[in-house]
Structures are given as C-alpha cells and as structure tokens.
Design a protein around this ligand. Sequence first.
Ligand SMILES: C[S@@+](CC[C@H](N)C(=O)[O-])C[C@H]1O[C@@H](n2cnc3c(N)ncnc32)[C@H](O)[C@@H]1O
Length: 200
Amino acid sequence: MMALFWEAMYSISTFTARALGDSYDFAAHNRLLDVGGGQGAFPVELCRRYPHLSATVFDLPHVCDLAEDKIAESGMGNVLPAGDFLDAQPLPSGYDVILLSMILHDWDEASNRQLLAKCYAALPPGGAVVVCELVLNSERTGPPAAALMGMNMLIETEGGKNYSETEYTTWLLEAGFEQPRIVPLAAAGANAAIVAVRGK
Ligand SMILES: C[S@@+](CC[C@H](N)C(=O)[O-])C[C@H]1O[C@@H](n2cnc3c(N)ncnc32)[C@H](O)[C@@H]1O
C-alpha cells in the first residue's frame, strides 16, 4: 500500500514539478531543500530543468529509502539522512530555497506556522520559501480541485485541510517572510506556488 501511494504521489508530482519549473524561475537559486519531498519528483524534475541547481529531499526514514531508489535511477538530486520536520530540531541549513509541496495541507494551522518558522530560521537572508498547493480562493469557495482536495484532507488527516491564498500569505508574513506573491500553475497537484523571501 505504501509503495503504491508513493508511486502515485511521484507520478502526479512529476507533472506538478514540471509546471512549477515552467512558472517559477529557479535561476536565482542554487541549493533547494525539498521538505517532505517524498520520492523526489521535484528534485529530479527541477534539476533536469535547471542544471545549475542541486536539490535535496528531507523526509521520514521509510520514505528516504524509496527516494534513494528514484534519485539513483535518474541521477538527479540527493537525499539527506532521515529527519522529522515536526520535532524540535532545526531544519538543515545551507539551502537558499525551501520547497513545501503538498505539505501544509496535511496539518493544522499551528503546526504549519511552526514549520514556516523553522523554514525561516533555516534560510539565509534573501532565501525563499515556495509553498506549492491546490490553493483556495480568499472566500474559500473554490476552485473545485482545491475544494475537493480539501475534503480529502479533512477525511484523511487529523488536522489538515486546504487553505486559501490569504491564509498562506498571512502566515508567511507573520513568520517574518517578505514580499509573498502568488505564482499561478496548472497541474493536478497544485494550482499555485506562494513564494516569499527572508529579508536581507
Ligand atoms: C503529500 S506527500 C508530498 C510529497 C512531495 N512533497 C510531493 O509533493 O510529491 C507528504 C510528504 O510529507 C512527508 N512527511 C510527513 N510527515 C513528515 C515529518 N514529520 N517529517 C518529514 N517528512 C514528513 C511524508 O513522508 C510525505 O513524503
């Protein structure tokens, strides 16, 4: 069941990662940390699209093993020793962009704010966080794919749901990030990336 879930996640995320790489320019970044990166679809696709970029998966132990296989197959990206982004340890540093793809919809607001604070602390001045999700509109009335994914998260997780662009933007600003902006995408796994920077 687990292997099937991660294969499906990898497959969907391959297309989302390509859409992200087309819509957001990673030229200004050199080292990407993919927090909760799963099997590494984003590192693989983003390194293909941006050959100067190095990209690293940070995930739980049983997932790192699966990611190692995909990364070895493609020759793109790498995997850190397993970690838990909910524990009291800081996130690994030395990266100038942190990706959170389909992560925040798994958790409640307090956990998400805590994770964004850890991202802020791990980034250097000028570093960026990229939140890639099916984002609800400010009224939380749609679009349909984001509302349906939100229902899925309400059923499958303890505190997760899909959030609106207003919620993400507010949390990012309150975590200390600056200049949050919405980068629209068209993919099954995300309709936008919300990008914000740690000030200099
Ligand atoms: C919905 S999947 C998203 C995977 C990937 N980011 C993508 O978009 O394809 C959520 C990921 O978060 C990881 N995860 C969940 N809890 C975690 C934790 N406490 N620490 C690190 N990773 C975690 C899961 O193992 C899984 O790979």
